[in-house]
Design a protein around this ligand. Structure first.
Ligand code: HEC
Length: 92
């Protein structure tokens, strides 16, 4: 009984921080779940090749179609945002 408040506090901190992380970058979870790095770990995302943000959206859309991840348009954008923030850094 003595430890209950601590456990509850710990749990809500975990829940809150994961909700916050997802709000911030919803594309990260989508990207990780789709296992994109299965190929792209050995084929690194290349900002010199995909050299604008619109091309990045097209590339994500292309791989999504090939893989049948079944992402909607807004999810493709979330993933493009995440990849841009993490690897590409193109202006939008
Ligand atoms: C089966 C292997 C494979 C998987 C899995 C895969 N891709 Fe690709 N991806 C490719 C290939 C092949 C290309 C295009 C040719 C190249 O980059 O050499 C490409 C190109 C890309 C590019 C542009 C590459 C660059 O250098 O800028 C992006 C962005 C991309 N994929 C995103 C994704 C995302 C997001 C996922 C997960 C939904 C994904 N890919 C999953 C094979 C894959």
């Amino acid at each position: 009984m003595k430890h209950q408040p601590l456990i509850i506090m710990g749990l809500s901190t975990i829940l809150m921080s994961s909700a916050f992380a997802n709000d911030e970058m919803p594309g990260k979870a989508l990207h990780d779940d789709a296992n994109c790095l299965k190929c792209h770990a050995s084929k690194p995302y290349n900002p010199a090749k995909t050299n604008t943000f619109p091309k990045l959206v097209k590339a994500v859309s292309f791989c999504n179609d090939n893989l049948n991840s079944g992402w909607f348009e807004d999810e493709i954008h979330h993933v493009a945002e995440y990849l841009n923030a993490t690897y590409y850094h193109h202006p939008k």
